[in-house]
Design a binder for this molecule. Sequence first.
Ligand SMILES: Nc1ncnc2c1ncn2[C@@H]1O[C@H](COP(=O)(O)OP(=O)(O)O)[C@@H](O)[C@H]1O
Ligand SMILES: [Mg+2]
Length: 374
Amino acid sequence: MEKDLHIIKPPMELIYKDELEALAQNDNYPKPSFFKLSPKMVRTFILGSNGKKLKYKVDKKEKEIIIEQKYFGNDSLIERAIITLTGNRGLMLIGEPGTAKTMLSELLTAAISGNSKNTIQGTAGITENSIKYSWNYSLLLSKGPIPEALIPSPIYVGMEKGVITRFEEITRVPSEIQDTLISIMSDKVLNIPETDSTLFAQKGFNIIATANSRDRGVNEMSSALKRRFNFETVKPIDNLKLETEIIKKESKKLLSYNDINIEINNNLVEMLAITFSELRNGVGKNGEKLEKMNSTISTAEAVSVFYLAALDAHYYDKGNISPLHIARNISGSLIKDNYDDISVLKNYFNAIVKKRGKKEKLWQDFYDSKKFVF
Ligand SMILES: Nc1ncnc2c1ncn2[C@@H]1O[C@H](COP(=O)(O)OP(=O)(O)O)[C@@H](O)[C@H]1O
Ligand SMILES: [Mg+2]
């Protein structure tokens, strides 16, 4: 456990070990044999217990815990996603970057299979072997294609152990390679001609894939493969209060990684959330018409700006986070490859931030720091 403290990002099943234990001990609901928790408890794990405390025992000691809400947005999307996984089709989460697709697939696999680490990262360079299995060449040359020489892929491991395999960014993989999945997903078998054997998938094997709608589209997926998945579109949050909450909560979590416990001013987080929502939607909160940013500006980016601002304040300014720190760290996150966005940001400051600054001190300070933005 000591060593776990130094992992940058522990897997969900480790972060939420106590929650998962409490849910399991309180689970009296119908459940497929290949699920660790019932669909109802998986739902509670992701959407929270609404402040309700669950009693559970560790080493005969009574404890209680509130299950925190981890995903904010469309509850029925979560319910449908869980039901999909009780069946025999894969789950495909598509949407813009930063909409919590990866987070959701990690939470689902942690709760259902007890293992969120069995993952393939989709890239253009993936081959059929990385989807099926490959070989340890020195063993292969000396002893031939014996089972010990076979290096299983995460799909192989999923089939063998009956756990879900996560397939991240599947649309980055060339479609002819993606199609290797078709027979695996429909027949649930994998032939290994070299050893003249067949791997039959154990119950519990399934695939949760994620795809960014801004990348090369899902349109390039073959329709045969698409039919093996149920699609769920994950939307960005468009609720100011919620986004403010998430930025605050996630920044706190990240700051604890730096062992920093810093006072977070709600109004400042809200100012950042307003800025992001206005730039994302191209509409001011009082209906003003604005330009939209070309790059995606998701909640994840807002979290990253606030986290950096807090670090900046902690290491240089005794921990007092101010609009200055937000301003100093905003363009590094927002301006990626699209330099037109600098002018979008400039116009935003000169129209909205300036005007609001006449009434509100926080926005005035933000405007006064504009030289750090562009
Ligand atoms: N609806 C949401 N509910 C909770 N957290 C969210 C939500 N949308 C974004 N986030 C935050 O943004 C982070 C980035 O999400 P991630 O899973 O990496 O996105 P994606 O895989 O869609 O690009 C999440 O870990 C979470 O902190
Ligand atoms: Mg992702």
